[in-house]
Design a protein around this ligand. Structure first.
Ligand code: PLP
Length: 405
């Protein structure tokens, strides 16, 4: 799970990887310009014809793209080892636009039982209503993906590690199978970030992120991105301009600013999450810790094959009594007692965030669905920030029962 050369290579890439040889201010300014223009004028009829007819011209009409966005996309594509990237208004914008580009009525998708809630709703509610069939399988069972495919299967959607139990999907095995059948593969790589896992290295076609999380990294923007081959990304862009899921130039700028420190931030979040996981694993009030880099993770061998480190997110289950009711209340009491970790959804920012999964999904998931998704009433998700590991462990210790003050 280690590769220091890889990390230092990425650190140079995020500083310089968006630049293009050119002339003038664009090239000499050390920070990219923000272009708020909604439209761009042509200097000649010929130039207008060229602007209007070239796909993804960055200086035509801002729903189609803009120069700040183009710079950020160049860097993101390189980070994910892809030819091209498309920035979108949000992670859900990337997911919905990609799905609408790839499937139509009569097509079939294989996806996981565990997905980000918004993606799960798209797959199980919106798409079936539009005539797209979707089969969900347990991501731990690679053969279940194979068994679920049919003649009309166009797409396999995976998310690894998945929320909130850090369960993994075997990227290489699924990519190889899909390729042999001509089925496109799409991986939501938000939790790992390209620092810890690059699905394209294992043969996955399209890689998607909520850039709101690690890529942006400062809890101050909403954006998404999808990376892949030139023609695939152009097809998704054609949908994006129809759906209006374009990113704003300001957010493209903020995202580029966040990306400069991505490898350093994620390295620290990896360290903090591992320190917390190891500390909590030995704590008497904690029943279970879910974290791919722990030897106790049931898919630890797979984690070592496809991840460099375990990432910044872990989840824990508290002991708090035998009954569901007691577990629920123990988790709530723990979250309420934390002083450094903030109680908020989302992840990937500089500050440590915790959420009690059962409270978050009480309104949208039945207890039955929650059990299926492995979400026990006492499960708390921890998204490590950049604070000191010692402070974070001390905060958790004082919030857990049975350890003094
Ligand atoms: C947050 C998240 C999304 C959705 O992204 P938004 O930027 O909030 O639209 C999708 N997938 C995963 C894994 C996420 O964590």
């Amino acid at each position: 799970m280690n590769n220091d050369d890889f990390l230092s290579g990425l650190q140079s890439l995020v500083i310089h990887g968006d630049q293009e040889a050119g002339s003038g201010t664009e090239e000499t300014a050390l920070a990219p310009a923000i272009y708020p223009a909604s439209t761009y004028s042509a200097r000649s009829l010929a130039e207008f014809a060229q602007m209007a007819n070239q796909p993804r011209h960055p200086r035509y009409y801002a729903r189609y793209g803009n120069p700040t966005q183009e710079r950020c996309e160049r860097l993101l594509a390189r980070l994910e080892g892809a030819q091209a990237a498309l920035l979108t208004s949000s992670g859900m914008g990337a997911m919905s636009t990609t799905l609408f580009a790839l499937v139509r009525a009569g097509d079939h998708i294989v996806a996981q039982t565990a997905h980000y809630m918004g993606s799960a709703q798209l797959l199980t509610d919106l798409l079936p209503g539009l005539g797209v069939e979707v089969t969900l399988v347990d991501q731990r069972d690679t053969n279940a993906f194979f068994a679920a495919t049919r003649e009309n299967t166009r797409l396999i959607v995976v998310e690894t590690p998945s929320n909130p139990t850090l369960t993994l999907t075997d990227l290489a095995a699924i990519a190889a199978f899909a390729r042999s059948r001509g089925i496109t593969t799409l991986a939501d790589n938000t939790f790992a970030s390209p620092i810890n896992q690059r699905p394209r290295d294992f043969g996955i076609d399209l890689v998607l992120h909520s850039a709101t999380k690690y890529l942006g990294g400062h809890s101050d923007l909403i954006a998404g991105v999808v990376c892949g081959d030139d023609d695939a990304v152009e097809k998704i862009w054609e949908r994006a301009i129809m759906l209006g899921t374009n990113v704003s130039p300001f957010n493209a700028f903020l995202l580029l600013r966040g990306l400069r420190t991505l490898p350093m931030r994620v390295a620290r979040q990896n360290e903090n999450a591992l320190a917390l996981a190891r500390f909590l694993e030995t704590h008497p009030a904690v029943a279970h810790v879910h974290y791919p880099e722990l030897e106790s993770h049931p898919q630890h061998a797979l984690a070592k094959r496809q991840m460099r480190h375990g990432g910044g997110v872990l989840s824990i289950e508290l002991k708090g009594g035998e009954g569901d009711e007691q577990g629920f209340h123990a988790a709530q009491a723990f979250v309420a007692a934390l002083k450094i970790a903030r109680h908020a959804v989302s992840l990937g920012g500089v500050e440590t965030l915790v959420v009690h999964a059962a409270s978050m999904w009480e309104a949208s998931l039945t207890p039955e669905r929650m059990r299926q998704a492995g979400i026990s009433p006492s499960l708390v998700r921890v998204a490590a920030g950049l604070e000191s590991a010692a402070d974070l462990c001390a905060d958790m210790a004082q919030a857990l029962p049975g350890t003094g003050d």
